[in-house]
Design a protein around this ligand. Structure first.
Ligand SMILES: NC(=O)c1ccc[n+]([C@@H]2O[C@H](COP(=O)([O-])OP(=O)(O)OC[C@H]3O[C@@H](n4cnc5c(N)ncnc54)[C@H](OP(=O)(O)O)[C@@H]3O)[C@@H](O)[C@H]2O)c1
Length: 272
């Protein structure tokens, strides 16, 4: 069993620690780093995992999971770059930061794997897309797939597709939350108490997601199953089409993709 260091145990880092422990990873094979002692104590008490300083984490671990905000990456890289050897596997969860940025800072040949997770990692239902950098092997990608598999599902994509992943599954939860918010508002408009409207909508979302995951059918077929001739659903669907909701969704995801490309270009320029 590899020793894993989570460098930056915030929302995503903590979820990963928690998921790894739930999946049976031994606490003594996990370490984390945090900036403030209060947070270290909190996590140690909650999970029985040791908070250590960054040099100790790099020395002890085989797998280094970088989970600080992209804007905090530079000081962390300055600290770890002289310590990281090609025997370590570096896994970056930092949105928008290319593997090349890490490879250029570490000893030649250091394997780096880039991951785009999403916030449902907090409940063990993340969607993560992983891409190997120049020196990452198949076996190392398998290791990362197994690691992220403890907190959700994992797909492999070429790094060139990470901006599309960011737009779709990285930002995706926000679009579902937005839709739920709008549907709850509609329930309130129709006179339902907020709590009842929220329960109706959330359980419908969970049930629909379970059908999508488990069913063999295409979403169109599933929607047709709820859409009877001259019924209520088709009246609603007509309004969605009239308001261009499908086109708005496509435009929204395309805009998120453009923004991800733009932010990536900023990082590449800063790195040059
Ligand atoms: N949240 C998302 O939806 C999401 C989705 C996809 C990818 N990601 C990526 O996941 C990463 C983590 O995001 P997050 O939402 O978990 O952020 P977060 O809650 O801010 O967690 C980052 C943690 O790292 C700590 N930290 C910063 N610099 C450090 C250093 N040099 N040494 C040790 N600890 C340090 C921070 O401490 P302080 O709070 O004291 O600064 C914070 O606790 C980001 O790179 C983000 O792009 C997040």
């Amino acid at each position: 069993m590899s020793t894993i260091a989570v460098l930056g145990a915030g929302k995503i880092g903590e979820s990963l620690l928690s998921g790894l422990l739930d999946a049976g990873h031994a606490p003594e094979k996990l370490v984390f780093t945090e900036r403030y002692q209060q947070r270290v104590d909190e996590l140690t008490e909650r999970y029985g995992v040791h908070g250590v300083d960054v040099p100790t984490a790099v020395e002890r671990a085989d797998v280094l999971v970088v989970s600080v905000k992209p804007q905090d990456i530079e000081p962390l890289l300055d600290e770890i770059a002289p310590l990281v050897t090609p025997e370590k596997l570096v896994v970056t969860l930092c949105a928008g930061l290319p593997t090349g940025l890490f490879e250029r800072r570490f000893a030649a040949g250091t394997p780096v794997v880039r991951v785009m997770p999403n916030t449902p990692m907090l409940v063990g239902e993340a969607m993560s897309a992983i891409s190997g950098g120049t020196h990452a092997t198949e076996a190392q990608l398998d290791t990362v797939e197994q690691l992220l598999g403890s907190v959700g599902r994992v797909v492999r994509v070429p790094e060139s597709q990470q901006d599309a992943v960011t737009a779709l599954s990285g930002s995706g939860p926000a679009y579902f939350f937005y839709l739920v918010e709008a549907m709850v508002d509609a329930g309130i408009l129709l006179g339902l108490p907020r709590s009842v409207a929220a329960e109706l909508v959330v359980q419908s979302a969970v049930g629909s997601a379970a059908m999508l995951r488990e069913g063999e059918g295409h979403p169109v077929i599933m929607r047709e199953g709820v859409t009877s001739p001259a019924g209520t659903t088709i009246s609603g669907i007509r309004e969605l089409e009239k308001h261009g909701v499908r086109a708005a969704m496509i435009d929204a995801i395309e805009a998120a993709h453009s923004r991800s490309v733009e932010l990536g270009a900023t990082h590449r320029r800063t790195d040059e």
